[in-house]
Design a protein around this ligand. Structure first.
Ligand SMILES: Nc1ncnc2c1ncn2[C@@H]1O[C@H](COP(=O)(O)OP(=O)(O)OP(=O)(O)O)[C@@H](O)[C@H]1O
Length: 556
């Protein structure tokens, strides 16, 4: 918790005024309780003294209760608004971080784990920020003020209350030590279950196909049971904290009243003051018992925060400190020179001393066996990672010296793992060129041999294609992906086994369109750049069954 408290300011940047407002409202609520206690003591004292003029005090009690109801409502509304904004900020920052880390990071972690951090982890932060943190500050301030007042009434009772309040104030530190283990185990188990469930859902067809669904389901069931055990331990640990705080508060009140009674018996205190002490001691500890409850609600957020900080503090694999190129030829020349790259230090390199040139305006084919490193070349060109040795240049300029956004704007990639997003065909195409007209879309789709089948879909370009384009065939998905890449109108087009699922007739039509630049309708890029696709350096890769041309391969 200390770690979170130290870093939480970064997560709630720009929301400090709102948090201060919550603290102020918390203090005001405490003040109404204290005022009410004080008035009740006065009323009792008046009645005991045989006086009946208690109307004003009674009205004051009612007014304080009304004010408290309003303050609590205001606090809840502010907490809900603020909580929503903090979550929104944190999700935005996490997403920015993920985009800047790129596939070099995301391929190394499980999607389900990331998703649980981004969705549930951030959600769990809300009680920490809008309930626990303001409660912590207002509780401590409230207790200091009330204890000072009790001290002023009677220093002996004041010392007793202060000692007990101090005990309760350090309880969060002690509980942090006790709870960090269960908290970490719970969150790890939660993310594991989340990731495996997602895995099973995504691989449902495969699991059914190989008749492994029951076995996998049973494994998931065991994992789920272990998670349930971890959840119970976490709840027990945080409930333990609540009990400790409650006991300390109860004991503190009893002790203060006991000491007060002794002082009254010895004549050091009058009955009215004893009554005030009786009611105020209870109010002294009320914020601290509220704090116990808030801690209980915030504990999942404390666990989740670790994953959030870990992601925010992750270092990007390729620094983005290049300066824009004054002018690059369109299309530019791409060259790899002595490039060696291993995904992990100490492991065999995926590329070993590779040198070749993809000439401007020409098609360069990378041919090699499966696993030879063709896709790795693409990853280095996009700077998802940097080579350990050698250079990769675009028009003679080392890619590391270009801003990442400028470099990636130069390249349009269709990879073997086509990804289509949930939405319509149009939505997917427009992702690459938000301003494209229907004519632009159709021209690109024709060049990708996709227009005919898209037109035959129930709602043409406005047909929903399902998650990952699930309602299309593999070849249809690839053709939409090619059309999308063409719409990006980048000077370098990379086809990484982009036509592996496309039948030979359509593949030939695509190749003709790309190499002649004359699809049935003039493509949009010709009007914008004056360069038909045949003038772009096109890099395409395909696998062979033998050989490893990229091992010491020279092609230029
Ligand atoms: N993210 C990664 N982490 C670690 N190793 C990787 C990663 N991606 C690829 N590799 C390894 O790098 C090598 C080259 O992989 P790459 O995907 O570049 O081959 P490829 O030639 O494109 O293969 P294919 O034709 O089968 O697509 C392989 O041995 C592969 O196991």
């Amino acid at each position: 918790m200390e770690r979170v408290a130290r870093r939480d300011r970064r997560l709630a940047t720009g929301r400090r005024v709102g948090l201060a407002g919550l603290v102020a409202l918390g203090l005001a609520v405490t003040a109404t309780y204290a005022g009410q206690g004080w008035l009740i003591a006065r009323v009792i004292a008046e009645v005991l003294a045989g006086r009946t003029d208690v109307v004003l005090a009674g009205a004051g009690i009612v007014a304080l209760q009304g004010a408290r109801a309003g303050l609590i409502r205001g606090r809840e509304r502010l907490a809900a608004t603020l909580g929503g904004r903090i979550k929104d900020d944190v999700r935005g920052r996490l997403l920015d971080r993920l985009f800047s880390l790129g596939p070099g990071y995301t391929t190394g972690v499980r999607t389900g784990r990331l998703q649980s951090t981004m969705v549930d982890g951030v959600e769990a932060l809300e009680p920490y920020f809008v309930a626990f943190l303001p409660q912590l500050v207002s509780s401590l301030l409230g207790v200091v003020v009330l204890t000072a007042y009790v001290w002023w009434l009677d220093p002996v009772v004041g010392v007793t209350v202060a000692a007990c309040a101090l005990l309760v104030a350090v309880a969060p530190r002690i509980s942090k030590r006790l709870m960090s283990g269960p908290m970490e185990r719970w969150w790890a188990a939660y993310r594991g279950v989340y990731a495996d469930t997602l895995d099973v859902l995504q691989g449902m067809v495969t699991l059914k196909g190989i008749n492994a669904h029951r076995r996998r389901g049973a494994q998931l069931g065991e994992q789920s049971a272990a998670f349930a055990r971890d959840s119970s331990r976490l709840v027990a640990a945080s409930a333990g904290y609540e009990v400790v705080v409650g006991l300390a508060a109860g004991a503190g009140t009893a002790l203060a009243v006991g000491v007060g009674a002794l002082r009254t018996a010895s004549g050091a205190l009058d009955v009215v003051t004893l009554l005030i002490i009786l009611l105020l001691s209870r109010e002294c500890f009320r914020p601290l018992t509220d704090l116990g409850k808030a801690f209980h609600a915030a504990s999942p957020g404390l666990a989740a925060a670790e994953g959030i900080f870990a992601l925010l503090e992750e270092r990007r694999p390729t620094p983005d400190n290049g300066s824009p190129a004054e002018r690059l030829n369109n299309p530019p020349r791409v060259r790899l020179e002595g490039v060696t790259f291993a995904y992990q230090a100490g492991h065999a390199p995926a590329l070993n001393d590779v040198t070749f040139t993809a000439e401007a305006g020409a098609t360069t084919a990378l041919v090699g066996r499966s696993g030879a490193g063709k896709s790795t070349v693409v990853a280095l060109l996009l700077r998802f990672a940097d080579p350990q040795h050698g250079t990769l240049t675009v028009d003679g300029r080392d890619v590391r010296t270009l801003p990442l956004a400028d470099l990636r704007a130069l390249v349009s990639v269709v990879s073997q793992d086509t990804y289509l997003f949930h939405g319509t065909v149009r939505d997917n195409l427009l992702l690459a060129a938000p301003g494209a007209s229907q004519d632009d879309l159709e021209a690109a789709a024709r060049a990708a041999a996709a227009h005919t089948f898209i037109s035959a879909l129930p709602e043409g370009y406005d047909t929903m294609i399902g998650e990952r384009g699930a309602r299309l065939s593999g070849g249809e998905r690839q053709r939409i992906a090619i059309a999308r890449a063409l719409l990006k109108d980048a000077p370098i087009l990379v086809l990484d086994e982009a036509t592996s699922a496309i039948d030979s007739a359509n593949e030939a039509a695509i190749q003709t369109a790309l190499s002649t630049g004359s699809p049935p309708t003039a493509p949009p890029w010709s009007s914008r750049t004056g360069s038909p696709p045949c003038a772009t350096p096109t890099m395409s890769s395909c696998s062979t069954t033998g050989g490893s041309p990229n091992r010491g391969h020279r092609a230029s």
